[in-house]
Design a protein around this ligand. Structure first.
Ligand SMILES: Nc1ncnc2c1ncn2[C@@H]1O[C@H](COP(=O)(O)OP(=O)(O)O)[C@@H](O)[C@H]1O
Ligand SMILES: [Mg+2]
Length: 326
């Protein structure tokens, strides 16, 4: 017990943010309750993003009632790949990523074959609230399946890697690339077994990786190095993330983005209670960074100044970019 407390104190001294501090000083303080539905319901997030001119995977349809499950055939139409997900899901649960189709059979991205009835059953489970926060009734959304940019081929196993940026009052504070593994079934959620890799905010170059709480430098499935990779269009991702503050009004969020081969950067979802593992992937605590942003905002407020997304990105990159020797 004493050992545990000592370890915790050592972590806090290094500025590692714990769950209690995150909830009290950030989630509760900066995220107004009435705004939660904007991020907790992926259909509402999409509508907001579209209204703000921010790109998201195209929505093919929504199923809200058991009766509407009959519409599934029509919504899918002639498409052979698509994604079905619970509007209020989390952690990758309940998501079906269909990669291919032959006659009335579908193949998921991880190779599982499903019949149309099985897919309908999954939709029905979504509607009953099996995957929703709090277990209340939910809606199923059917959307465009993202094809990851070629850059990720060597460092990812199936599925779609995503880029998570934590944003405080519109200022990016920390970033992580999440890579699906064989174990995570094509999803980029850490607790499903995906890898988290820290990213330098200034340059978009990957740092080291963590997998199931171990530090790694190679992808366990592809054995390629996950560090030292330059993510394309990095400033674009930073601006997209910073701009999500205006989109949702929540002051402390995790912005999840993907890079589609054809459509470029897209917002996948926003999180009002972003996880703390990003600190392990970056070998760096969040607290010093969030304090630096709070001090910056306070200083600006004295002069009655606010900054736009582009200026905020520059501030964060100046404060938190890694120093490259030479
Ligand atoms: N449209 C999509 N195309 C391909 N993969 C997707 C799509 N939507 C989600 N995924 C995969 O599933 C994971 C979880 O999806 P997300 O929308 O973030 O839901 P959750 O709230 O459950 O994390 C993503 O990180 C990605 O790997
Ligand atoms: Mg997610």
């Amino acid at each position: 017990m004493f050992g545990l407390i000592k370890t915790w104190k050592a972590l806090e001294a290094r500025g590692i943010m714990g769950i209690n501090r995150r909830n009290a000083d950030y989630v509760l303080k900066y995220n107004k309750r009435h705004l939660y539905p904007i991020v907790d319901d992926k259909i509402i997030t999409k509508e907001r993003a579209l209204a703000a001119g921010i790109h998201v995977p195209e929505m093919y349809g929504i199923i809200e009632t058991e009766k509407q499950i009959d519409k599934l055939h029509e919504i899918i139409g002639g498409r052979s790949d698509f994604v079905i997900k619970p509007a209020q899901g989390a952690g990758g649960d309940g998501i079906l990523v269909i990669a291919d189709r032959f006659e009335d059979r579908y193949r998921t991205v991880s190779g599982k074959i499903m019949s149309h009835e099985e897919i309908e059953h999954q939709v029905s489970s979504i509607l009953t609230g099996l995957y929703s926060l709090g277990g209340h009734r939910d809606r199923a959304l059917i959307e465009y399946r993202v094809t990851p940019d070629q850059i990720f081929k060597s460092i990812s196993y199936e599925g779609v890697p995503d880029i998570r940026i934590i944003v405080l009052m519109g200022y990016p504070v920390m970033a992580m690339l999440r890579l699906p593994t064989r174990q995570s079934g094509g999803k980029a959620n850490l607790h499903q077994g995906a890898i988290g890799v820290g990213v330098d905010l200034a340059t978009g170059v990957t740092l080291r990786g963590t997998w199931l709480n171990n530090i790694i430098s190679k992808h366990p499935d592809t054995t390629n190095a996950v560090d030292g990779v330059q993510l394309p269009n990095w400033d674009g991702f930073m601006k997209l993330a910073a701009g999500c503050y205006e989109l949702c009004g929540l002051g402390y969020i995790g912005v999840d983005m993907v890079l589609d081969q054809d459509k470029g950067p897209l917002i996948l979802e926003l999180n009002a209670r972003p996880g703390l593992n990003i600190q392990i992937a970056n070998d760096c605590g969040l607290t010093q960074r969030t304090h630096a942003i709070e001090a910056h905002i306070e200083a600006l407020a004295k002069d009655g100044v606010t900054e736009d997304a582009e200026q905020r990105v520059k501030v964060s990159q100046g404060l938190f970019g890694h120093v490259h020797p030479g």
